[in-house]
Design a protein around this ligand. Structure first.
Ligand code: KIV
Ligand code: ZN
Length: 510
Protein backbone atom coordinates (compact mmCIF):
# COMPACT_ATOMS: atom_id res chain seq x y z
CA UNK A 1 0.00 0.00 0.00
CA UNK A 2 1.47 3.32 -1.10
CA UNK A 3 1.88 6.02 1.52
CA UNK A 4 0.42 9.41 0.79
CA UNK A 5 2.62 12.49 0.42
CA UNK A 6 1.10 15.86 1.29
CA UNK A 7 1.70 18.38 -1.47
CA UNK A 8 2.13 21.87 -0.02
CA UNK A 9 2.17 24.44 -2.80
CA UNK A 10 3.88 27.78 -2.18
CA UNK A 11 3.70 29.24 -5.69
CA UNK A 12 1.70 32.17 -4.33
CA UNK A 13 4.16 32.88 -1.52
CA UNK A 14 7.73 31.71 -2.16
CA UNK A 15 7.00 31.57 -5.91
CA UNK A 16 5.90 35.18 -5.82
CA UNK A 17 9.30 36.05 -4.37
CA UNK A 18 10.83 35.37 -7.81
CA UNK A 19 12.16 38.69 -9.08
CA UNK A 20 9.37 40.47 -10.93
CA UNK A 21 6.77 37.77 -10.33
CA UNK A 22 4.29 39.80 -8.33
CA UNK A 23 0.65 38.99 -8.97
CA UNK A 24 -2.43 41.02 -8.18
CA UNK A 25 -5.29 39.73 -6.01
CA UNK A 26 -7.46 38.65 -8.97
CA UNK A 27 -4.56 36.74 -10.52
CA UNK A 28 -3.79 35.04 -7.20
CA UNK A 29 -7.41 34.04 -6.75
CA UNK A 30 -7.56 32.56 -10.23
CA UNK A 31 -4.36 30.63 -9.64
CA UNK A 32 -5.52 29.42 -6.23
CA UNK A 33 -8.71 28.07 -7.79
CA UNK A 34 -6.63 26.21 -10.37
CA UNK A 35 -4.28 24.82 -7.71
CA UNK A 36 -7.26 23.50 -5.76
CA UNK A 37 -8.47 21.75 -8.93
CA UNK A 38 -4.98 20.39 -9.48
CA UNK A 39 -5.36 18.72 -6.09
CA UNK A 40 -2.76 20.40 -3.87
CA UNK A 41 -3.40 19.51 -0.23
CA UNK A 42 -2.12 22.74 1.30
CA UNK A 43 -1.81 26.07 -0.45
CA UNK A 44 0.38 28.77 1.06
CA UNK A 45 -1.52 31.82 -0.11
CA UNK A 46 0.90 34.51 1.01
CA UNK A 47 2.50 36.42 3.86
CA UNK A 48 -0.35 38.54 5.26
CA UNK A 49 1.89 40.79 7.39
CA UNK A 50 3.95 41.79 4.34
CA UNK A 51 1.40 44.23 2.92
CA UNK A 52 -2.30 45.11 2.76
CA UNK A 53 -2.38 43.59 -0.71
CA UNK A 54 -1.03 40.28 0.55
CA UNK A 55 -3.49 40.23 3.44
CA UNK A 56 -6.36 40.95 1.11
CA UNK A 57 -5.34 38.26 -1.40
CA UNK A 58 -4.88 35.62 1.32
CA UNK A 59 -8.29 36.48 2.85
CA UNK A 60 -10.01 36.20 -0.51
CA UNK A 61 -8.38 32.85 -1.24
CA UNK A 62 -9.18 31.57 2.24
CA UNK A 63 -12.86 32.40 1.80
CA UNK A 64 -13.02 30.81 -1.65
CA UNK A 65 -11.30 27.42 -1.32
CA UNK A 66 -13.33 24.57 0.06
CA UNK A 67 -11.14 21.47 -0.08
CA UNK A 68 -7.58 22.75 0.11
CA UNK A 69 -6.03 23.81 3.39
CA UNK A 70 -5.01 27.48 3.20
CA UNK A 71 -1.83 28.56 4.99
CA UNK A 72 -0.67 32.07 5.84
CA UNK A 73 3.00 32.68 6.62
CA UNK A 74 4.06 34.59 9.74
CA UNK A 75 7.27 35.43 11.55
CA UNK A 76 7.14 34.57 15.24
CA UNK A 77 5.85 37.93 16.48
CA UNK A 78 2.33 38.07 17.88
CA UNK A 79 1.51 40.83 15.38
CA UNK A 80 2.52 38.62 12.42
CA UNK A 81 0.63 35.62 13.74
CA UNK A 82 -2.49 37.73 14.37
CA UNK A 83 -2.26 39.04 10.82
CA UNK A 84 -1.89 35.54 9.37
CA UNK A 85 -4.83 34.32 11.43
CA UNK A 86 -6.88 37.37 10.43
CA UNK A 87 -6.37 36.42 6.80
CA UNK A 88 -6.94 32.64 6.97
CA UNK A 89 -9.57 32.43 9.70
CA UNK A 90 -12.49 32.08 7.26
CA UNK A 91 -10.90 29.19 5.40
CA UNK A 92 -12.66 25.83 5.48
CA UNK A 93 -9.27 24.46 6.59
CA UNK A 94 -6.94 27.17 7.93
CA UNK A 95 -3.24 26.77 8.77
CA UNK A 96 -0.78 29.17 10.39
CA UNK A 97 2.79 28.70 9.22
CA UNK A 98 5.34 30.37 11.46
CA UNK A 99 9.10 30.33 11.04
CA UNK A 100 12.32 31.22 12.82
CA UNK A 101 15.93 30.70 11.78
CA UNK A 102 18.00 28.10 13.65
CA UNK A 103 21.42 28.26 11.99
CA UNK A 104 24.21 29.99 13.94
CA UNK A 105 24.86 32.41 11.11
CA UNK A 106 21.21 33.51 10.89
CA UNK A 107 20.78 33.68 14.68
CA UNK A 108 23.92 35.79 15.13
CA UNK A 109 23.79 38.12 12.14
CA UNK A 110 20.13 38.31 11.18
CA UNK A 111 18.16 37.73 14.36
CA UNK A 112 20.71 38.76 16.93
CA UNK A 113 19.34 36.04 19.20
CA UNK A 114 20.90 33.30 21.31
CA UNK A 115 19.95 29.64 21.03
CA UNK A 116 17.96 29.88 24.27
CA UNK A 117 16.04 32.87 22.96
CA UNK A 118 15.23 31.03 19.73
CA UNK A 119 14.01 28.00 21.69
CA UNK A 120 11.82 30.15 23.95
CA UNK A 121 10.43 32.22 21.06
CA UNK A 122 9.60 29.07 19.08
CA UNK A 123 7.69 27.62 21.97
CA UNK A 124 5.79 30.82 22.78
CA UNK A 125 4.87 31.66 19.21
CA UNK A 126 3.66 28.16 18.36
CA UNK A 127 1.66 28.10 21.61
CA UNK A 128 0.08 31.41 20.67
CA UNK A 129 -0.72 30.26 17.14
CA UNK A 130 -2.21 27.06 18.58
CA UNK A 131 -4.56 29.13 20.74
CA UNK A 132 -6.02 30.43 17.45
CA UNK A 133 -6.29 27.28 15.34
CA UNK A 134 -5.33 23.60 15.25
CA UNK A 135 -3.17 23.20 12.18
CA UNK A 136 0.19 24.82 12.92
CA UNK A 137 3.34 24.47 10.87
CA UNK A 138 6.70 25.49 12.25
CA UNK A 139 9.71 25.98 9.93
CA UNK A 140 13.30 26.14 11.15
CA UNK A 141 14.69 28.52 8.56
CA UNK A 142 18.15 27.53 7.26
CA UNK A 143 17.69 24.10 8.91
CA UNK A 144 20.21 22.44 6.59
CA UNK A 145 22.99 24.66 7.98
CA UNK A 146 21.86 24.38 11.61
CA UNK A 147 23.46 22.41 14.40
CA UNK A 148 21.54 19.12 14.25
CA UNK A 149 21.03 18.62 17.98
CA UNK A 150 19.88 22.18 18.45
CA UNK A 151 17.52 21.78 15.48
CA UNK A 152 15.97 18.70 17.09
CA UNK A 153 15.51 20.59 20.38
CA UNK A 154 13.72 23.40 18.54
CA UNK A 155 11.45 20.91 16.75
CA UNK A 156 10.74 19.13 20.05
CA UNK A 157 9.74 22.46 21.63
CA UNK A 158 7.57 23.35 18.61
CA UNK A 159 5.74 20.00 18.71
CA UNK A 160 5.36 20.24 22.49
CA UNK A 161 3.76 23.67 21.97
CA UNK A 162 1.29 22.26 19.42
CA UNK A 163 2.93 22.23 15.98
CA UNK A 164 1.29 19.62 13.76
CA UNK A 165 3.87 19.95 10.95
CA UNK A 166 7.56 20.64 11.35
CA UNK A 167 9.34 21.83 8.25
CA UNK A 168 13.03 21.36 7.40
CA UNK A 169 13.96 24.01 4.86
CA UNK A 170 17.13 24.02 2.81
CA UNK A 171 16.70 27.77 2.63
CA UNK A 172 19.84 28.54 0.66
CA UNK A 173 19.85 25.44 -1.55
CA UNK A 174 23.09 24.20 -0.01
CA UNK A 175 22.30 20.57 0.77
CA UNK A 176 23.08 17.57 -1.40
CA UNK A 177 20.78 14.53 -1.53
CA UNK A 178 22.74 12.08 0.68
CA UNK A 179 23.30 14.76 3.29
CA UNK A 180 19.70 15.96 3.26
CA UNK A 181 18.33 12.40 3.52
CA UNK A 182 20.64 11.89 6.49
CA UNK A 183 19.44 15.13 8.11
CA UNK A 184 15.79 14.03 7.84
CA UNK A 185 16.69 10.64 9.36
CA UNK A 186 18.55 12.43 12.14
CA UNK A 187 15.59 14.69 12.94
CA UNK A 188 13.21 11.72 12.98
CA UNK A 189 15.54 9.68 15.23
CA UNK A 190 16.46 12.48 17.65
CA UNK A 191 13.23 14.39 18.17
CA UNK A 192 11.43 12.43 20.91
CA UNK A 193 7.85 13.56 20.07
CA UNK A 194 8.28 13.48 16.27
CA UNK A 195 5.43 10.96 15.87
CA UNK A 196 2.98 13.75 16.80
CA UNK A 197 3.85 15.82 13.71
CA UNK A 198 4.19 15.49 9.96
CA UNK A 199 7.76 16.00 8.75
CA UNK A 200 7.95 18.42 5.84
CA UNK A 201 10.77 19.57 3.58
CA UNK A 202 11.21 22.81 1.64
CA UNK A 203 14.13 22.97 -0.77
CA UNK A 204 15.66 25.72 -2.87
CA UNK A 205 17.36 25.06 -6.15
CA UNK A 206 20.65 26.98 -5.95
CA UNK A 207 22.66 23.88 -6.89
CA UNK A 208 19.93 22.45 -9.10
CA UNK A 209 19.23 19.80 -6.46
CA UNK A 210 15.86 20.86 -5.03
CA UNK A 211 13.88 17.97 -6.53
CA UNK A 212 16.62 15.41 -5.77
CA UNK A 213 16.81 16.61 -2.16
CA UNK A 214 13.04 16.49 -1.77
CA UNK A 215 12.84 12.93 -3.12
CA UNK A 216 15.72 11.84 -0.88
CA UNK A 217 13.88 13.35 2.09
CA UNK A 218 10.67 11.50 1.23
CA UNK A 219 12.65 8.27 1.19
CA UNK A 220 13.91 9.11 4.68
CA UNK A 221 10.41 9.60 6.10
CA UNK A 222 9.33 13.15 5.23
CA UNK A 223 5.67 13.15 4.23
CA UNK A 224 5.07 16.72 3.12
CA UNK A 225 6.83 18.27 0.12
CA UNK A 226 6.81 22.04 -0.28
CA UNK A 227 6.84 22.93 -3.96
CA UNK A 228 5.97 25.53 -6.58
CA UNK A 229 4.65 25.24 -10.11
CA UNK A 230 7.47 25.50 -12.67
CA UNK A 231 9.87 25.62 -9.71
CA UNK A 232 9.57 29.40 -9.48
CA UNK A 233 10.77 31.07 -6.31
CA UNK A 234 13.44 33.07 -4.56
CA UNK A 235 16.78 33.14 -6.50
CA UNK A 236 17.12 29.83 -8.43
CA UNK A 237 13.65 28.83 -7.29
CA UNK A 238 12.00 26.10 -5.23
CA UNK A 239 11.39 22.40 -5.75
CA UNK A 240 9.08 22.04 -8.71
CA UNK A 241 5.71 20.40 -8.11
CA UNK A 242 5.60 18.72 -11.49
CA UNK A 243 9.05 17.14 -11.09
CA UNK A 244 8.26 15.64 -7.67
CA UNK A 245 4.79 14.44 -8.61
CA UNK A 246 5.88 12.90 -11.91
CA UNK A 247 8.89 11.24 -10.27
CA UNK A 248 6.54 9.53 -7.82
CA UNK A 249 4.20 8.66 -10.66
CA UNK A 250 6.89 7.32 -13.00
CA UNK A 251 9.12 5.44 -10.54
CA UNK A 252 6.75 3.77 -8.03
CA UNK A 253 9.23 0.94 -7.41
CA UNK A 254 11.71 3.37 -5.91
CA UNK A 255 9.25 5.97 -4.68
CA UNK A 256 6.19 4.08 -3.37
CA UNK A 257 4.20 7.20 -2.54
CA UNK A 258 0.99 8.60 -3.93
CA UNK A 259 -0.23 12.18 -4.11
CA UNK A 260 -3.59 13.80 -4.65
CA UNK A 261 -2.45 15.63 -7.78
CA UNK A 262 -4.47 15.24 -10.99
CA UNK A 263 -1.47 14.95 -13.26
CA UNK A 264 -3.39 15.86 -16.40
CA UNK A 265 -3.87 19.38 -15.00
CA UNK A 266 -0.11 19.92 -14.60
CA UNK A 267 0.52 21.42 -18.01
CA UNK A 268 -2.45 23.86 -18.02
CA UNK A 269 -1.48 24.97 -14.52
CA UNK A 270 2.12 25.48 -15.59
CA UNK A 271 0.97 27.63 -18.53
CA UNK A 272 -1.33 29.63 -16.28
CA UNK A 273 1.51 30.37 -13.85
CA UNK A 274 3.77 31.40 -16.69
CA UNK A 275 1.12 33.64 -18.22
CA UNK A 276 0.24 35.29 -14.93
CA UNK A 277 3.76 35.83 -13.63
CA UNK A 278 5.32 36.62 -16.99
CA UNK A 279 8.07 34.11 -16.20
CA UNK A 280 8.73 32.03 -19.29
CA UNK A 281 9.36 28.32 -18.77
CA UNK A 282 12.75 27.34 -20.17
CA UNK A 283 12.24 25.09 -23.23
CA UNK A 284 14.23 22.20 -21.75
CA UNK A 285 12.47 22.34 -18.36
CA UNK A 286 11.54 18.83 -17.21
CA UNK A 287 7.86 17.86 -17.62
CA UNK A 288 6.48 21.26 -18.74
CA UNK A 289 9.14 22.77 -21.04
CA UNK A 290 8.24 23.16 -24.72
CA UNK A 291 10.86 20.54 -25.63
CA UNK A 292 10.09 18.08 -22.82
CA UNK A 293 8.27 15.76 -25.22
CA UNK A 294 9.81 16.92 -28.53
CA UNK A 295 12.03 14.51 -30.42
CA UNK A 296 14.52 16.10 -32.77
CA UNK A 297 16.85 13.29 -33.82
CA UNK A 298 15.52 11.21 -36.71
CA UNK A 299 16.40 7.98 -34.98
CA UNK A 300 14.37 9.05 -31.93
CA UNK A 301 11.40 10.15 -34.04
CA UNK A 302 11.42 6.81 -35.81
CA UNK A 303 11.51 4.94 -32.50
CA UNK A 304 8.69 7.00 -30.99
CA UNK A 305 6.50 6.40 -34.02
CA UNK A 306 7.01 2.64 -33.68
CA UNK A 307 6.56 2.64 -29.92
CA UNK A 308 6.43 5.88 -27.88
CA UNK A 309 8.03 4.15 -24.91
CA UNK A 310 11.32 3.82 -26.83
CA UNK A 311 12.16 7.42 -25.92
CA UNK A 312 9.27 8.59 -23.72
CA UNK A 313 9.20 7.62 -20.06
CA UNK A 314 5.88 9.39 -19.55
CA UNK A 315 2.92 9.87 -21.83
CA UNK A 316 2.41 13.55 -22.77
CA UNK A 317 -1.34 13.12 -22.08
CA UNK A 318 -0.57 12.19 -18.47
CA UNK A 319 0.59 15.74 -17.80
CA UNK A 320 -2.18 17.30 -19.86
CA UNK A 321 -0.40 17.78 -23.16
CA UNK A 322 -2.83 16.52 -25.74
CA UNK A 323 -1.33 15.31 -29.01
CA UNK A 324 -4.19 16.68 -31.05
CA UNK A 325 -4.77 20.32 -30.33
CA UNK A 326 -8.19 21.52 -31.33
CA UNK A 327 -8.15 24.29 -33.85
CA UNK A 328 -11.01 26.74 -33.59
CA UNK A 329 -12.03 29.23 -36.26
CA UNK A 330 -14.39 32.15 -36.59
CA UNK A 331 -17.37 29.84 -37.09
CA UNK A 332 -16.79 27.96 -33.85
CA UNK A 333 -19.53 28.51 -31.32
CA UNK A 334 -19.58 29.44 -27.67
CA UNK A 335 -20.33 25.87 -26.62
CA UNK A 336 -17.28 24.45 -28.44
CA UNK A 337 -15.13 27.15 -26.91
CA UNK A 338 -16.40 26.48 -23.39
CA UNK A 339 -15.88 22.74 -23.58
CA UNK A 340 -12.42 23.11 -25.10
CA UNK A 341 -11.38 25.62 -22.45
CA UNK A 342 -12.61 23.16 -19.83
CA UNK A 343 -10.38 20.47 -21.31
CA UNK A 344 -7.52 22.93 -21.08
CA UNK A 345 -8.23 23.36 -17.37
CA UNK A 346 -10.13 26.65 -17.49
CA UNK A 347 -13.58 26.38 -15.99
CA UNK A 348 -15.03 29.81 -16.74
CA UNK A 349 -18.10 31.50 -15.32
CA UNK A 350 -20.76 32.69 -17.82
CA UNK A 351 -19.53 36.25 -17.44
CA UNK A 352 -15.91 35.26 -18.10
CA UNK A 353 -16.87 33.11 -21.05
CA UNK A 354 -18.76 36.04 -22.60
CA UNK A 355 -15.64 38.17 -22.47
CA UNK A 356 -13.32 35.45 -23.71
CA UNK A 357 -15.71 34.58 -26.54
CA UNK A 358 -15.75 38.20 -27.69
CA UNK A 359 -11.94 38.35 -27.73
CA UNK A 360 -11.78 34.96 -29.43
CA UNK A 361 -14.04 36.20 -32.24
CA UNK A 362 -11.92 39.33 -32.64
CA UNK A 363 -8.78 37.22 -32.95
CA UNK A 364 -10.45 34.70 -35.27
CA UNK A 365 -11.27 37.59 -37.59
CA UNK A 366 -7.57 38.42 -37.86
CA UNK A 367 -6.17 34.89 -37.70
CA UNK A 368 -7.62 31.86 -39.48
CA UNK A 369 -6.83 29.19 -36.91
CA UNK A 370 -6.99 29.88 -33.20
CA UNK A 371 -5.05 27.25 -31.24
CA UNK A 372 -4.59 26.43 -27.56
CA UNK A 373 -1.69 28.86 -27.08
CA UNK A 374 -3.83 31.70 -28.47
CA UNK A 375 -6.67 30.79 -26.13
CA UNK A 376 -4.35 30.82 -23.13
CA UNK A 377 -3.34 34.35 -23.97
CA UNK A 378 -6.95 35.43 -24.37
CA UNK A 379 -7.99 33.87 -21.07
CA UNK A 380 -5.16 35.35 -19.07
CA UNK A 381 -5.27 38.75 -20.75
CA UNK A 382 -9.04 38.90 -20.89
CA UNK A 383 -10.15 37.82 -17.47
CA UNK A 384 -7.16 38.17 -15.22
CA UNK A 385 -6.32 41.76 -15.90
CA UNK A 386 -8.41 43.72 -13.45
CA UNK A 387 -8.67 47.48 -13.46
CA UNK A 388 -5.16 48.77 -13.98
CA UNK A 389 -3.60 52.18 -13.72
CA UNK A 390 -2.45 52.36 -17.35
CA UNK A 391 -4.66 51.07 -20.16
CA UNK A 392 -4.02 51.21 -23.89
CA UNK A 393 -6.78 52.89 -25.86
CA UNK A 394 -5.20 53.55 -29.22
CA UNK A 395 -1.93 53.07 -31.09
CA UNK A 396 -0.86 54.36 -34.48
CA UNK A 397 2.64 53.96 -35.90
CA UNK A 398 4.34 55.20 -39.04
CA UNK A 399 7.44 53.38 -40.12
CA UNK A 400 9.32 52.32 -43.22
CA UNK A 401 12.55 52.79 -45.11
CA UNK A 402 12.07 56.47 -45.89
CA UNK A 403 10.40 57.96 -42.80
CA UNK A 404 11.42 58.67 -39.22
CA UNK A 405 9.48 56.14 -37.15
CA UNK A 406 6.73 57.86 -35.22
CA UNK A 407 4.06 56.60 -32.81
CA UNK A 408 0.89 58.17 -31.50
CA UNK A 409 -0.45 56.56 -28.36
CA UNK A 410 -3.60 57.22 -26.40
CA UNK A 411 -3.73 55.83 -22.87
CA UNK A 412 -6.08 55.92 -19.94
CA UNK A 413 -4.25 56.74 -16.74
CA UNK A 414 -6.57 55.92 -13.85
CA UNK A 415 -9.43 56.31 -16.31
CA UNK A 416 -8.25 59.74 -17.58
CA UNK A 417 -7.38 59.87 -21.32
CA UNK A 418 -3.96 61.19 -22.36
CA UNK A 419 -2.40 61.25 -25.80
CA UNK A 420 1.07 61.94 -27.19
CA UNK A 421 3.55 61.35 -29.95
CA UNK A 422 7.02 59.79 -29.83
CA UNK A 423 9.91 59.19 -32.21
CA UNK A 424 12.59 56.51 -32.22
CA UNK A 425 14.90 54.24 -34.13
CA UNK A 426 12.01 52.01 -35.03
CA UNK A 427 8.25 51.87 -34.40
CA UNK A 428 8.61 50.06 -31.04
CA UNK A 429 11.22 52.54 -29.85
CA UNK A 430 8.92 55.38 -30.91
CA UNK A 431 5.91 53.90 -29.09
CA UNK A 432 7.96 53.27 -25.92
CA UNK A 433 9.29 56.83 -26.05
CA UNK A 434 5.74 58.13 -26.21
CA UNK A 435 4.48 55.89 -23.37
CA UNK A 436 7.43 56.83 -21.16
CA UNK A 437 6.60 60.52 -21.64
CA UNK A 438 2.87 60.02 -21.02
CA UNK A 439 3.30 57.94 -17.87
CA UNK A 440 6.35 59.81 -16.56
CA UNK A 441 7.95 56.46 -15.72
CA UNK A 442 11.56 56.46 -14.61
CA UNK A 443 11.91 52.75 -15.19
CA UNK A 444 14.79 51.29 -17.12
CA UNK A 445 14.14 48.64 -19.76
CA UNK A 446 16.44 45.79 -18.76
CA UNK A 447 15.26 43.24 -21.29
CA UNK A 448 13.04 43.02 -24.32
CA UNK A 449 12.33 39.71 -26.01
CA UNK A 450 9.94 38.74 -28.73
CA UNK A 451 8.83 35.35 -30.00
CA UNK A 452 5.98 33.81 -31.96
CA UNK A 453 3.38 31.87 -29.97
CA UNK A 454 2.66 29.54 -32.86
CA UNK A 455 4.10 29.03 -36.33
CA UNK A 456 3.05 30.93 -39.46
CA UNK A 457 3.16 34.59 -40.42
CA UNK A 458 -0.26 35.17 -38.87
CA UNK A 459 1.00 33.91 -35.50
CA UNK A 460 0.58 36.04 -32.42
CA UNK A 461 3.79 37.69 -31.33
CA UNK A 462 4.55 37.41 -27.64
CA UNK A 463 6.68 40.09 -26.02
CA UNK A 464 8.27 39.99 -22.58
CA UNK A 465 9.92 43.01 -21.01
CA UNK A 466 11.81 43.41 -17.76
CA UNK A 467 11.61 46.83 -16.14
CA UNK A 468 13.54 48.23 -13.19
CA UNK A 469 12.76 51.25 -11.05
CA UNK A 470 14.27 52.11 -7.66
CA UNK A 471 15.45 48.55 -7.09
CA UNK A 472 12.06 47.01 -8.00
CA UNK A 473 11.99 44.69 -10.99
CA UNK A 474 8.82 43.79 -12.86
CA UNK A 475 8.10 41.62 -15.85
CA UNK A 476 5.53 42.59 -18.43
CA UNK A 477 3.99 40.46 -21.09
CA UNK A 478 1.80 41.11 -24.10
CA UNK A 479 0.57 39.19 -27.13
CA UNK A 480 -1.07 40.24 -30.37
CA UNK A 481 -0.90 39.28 -34.07
CA UNK A 482 0.65 42.76 -34.53
CA UNK A 483 4.08 42.69 -32.89
CA UNK A 484 4.18 46.43 -32.27
CA UNK A 485 0.87 46.24 -30.41
CA UNK A 486 2.19 43.20 -28.51
CA UNK A 487 5.28 45.22 -27.54
CA UNK A 488 3.18 48.13 -26.33
CA UNK A 489 0.91 45.81 -24.34
CA UNK A 490 3.96 44.22 -22.69
CA UNK A 491 5.40 47.61 -21.72
CA UNK A 492 2.09 48.79 -20.26
CA UNK A 493 1.69 45.48 -18.43
CA UNK A 494 5.19 45.88 -16.96
CA UNK A 495 4.44 49.45 -15.86
CA UNK A 496 1.23 48.28 -14.16
CA UNK A 497 3.17 45.55 -12.37
CA UNK A 498 5.73 48.11 -11.20
CA UNK A 499 2.90 50.21 -9.76
CA UNK A 500 1.57 47.09 -8.00
CA UNK A 501 5.01 46.39 -6.56
CA UNK A 502 5.34 49.95 -5.32
CA UNK A 503 2.02 49.60 -3.48
CA UNK A 504 2.82 46.11 -2.17
CA UNK A 505 6.49 45.86 -1.23
CA UNK A 506 7.43 42.20 -1.07
CA UNK A 507 8.87 40.85 2.11
CA UNK A 508 12.56 41.25 2.66
CA UNK A 509 12.96 38.80 5.49
CA UNK A 510 13.04 35.32 3.98
O1 KIV B 1 13.19 29.00 2.38
C1 KIV B 1 12.71 29.10 3.51
O2 KIV B 1 13.34 28.84 4.53
C2 KIV B 1 11.33 29.57 3.61
C3 KIV B 1 10.67 29.42 4.94
C4 KIV B 1 9.81 30.60 5.27
C5 KIV B 1 9.89 28.13 4.98
O3 KIV B 1 10.74 29.96 2.63
ZN1 ZN C 1 11.76 29.22 0.77
Amino acid sequence: MEERVIIFDTTLRDGEQSPGASMNAAEKLRLATQLEKLGVDVLEAGFPAASEGDFDAVSKIASKLKKTEVAGLARTSKADIDRAWGAVQHAAKPRIHTFLATSDIHMEYKLNMTRDQVLKTTSESVKYAKSLTDSIEFSAEDASRSDRDFLCKVFEAAIEAGATTINIPDTVGYAIPMEFADLVNYVIDHTPNINKAVVSVHCHNDLGLATANTLAALNSGARQAEVTINGIGERAGNTSLEEVVMSLHTRPNYMPFSSNIKTELIYPTSRLVSMITGIIVQPNKAIVGANAFAHEAGIHQDGVLKNPMTYEIMKPETVGLSASKLVLGKHSGRHALRSHLKEMGYDLSDEELKLVFKKFKELADKKKHVVDEDLEVIVTEGILRTAEIFELEYLHVTSGTTVIPMATVRLFINGRPVQGTGYGNGPIDAAYDCIAKLTGTESELLRFSISAITSGTDAQGEVTVRLKENGLVALGRGADPDIITASVKAYINGLNRLEYLKANPVMATT
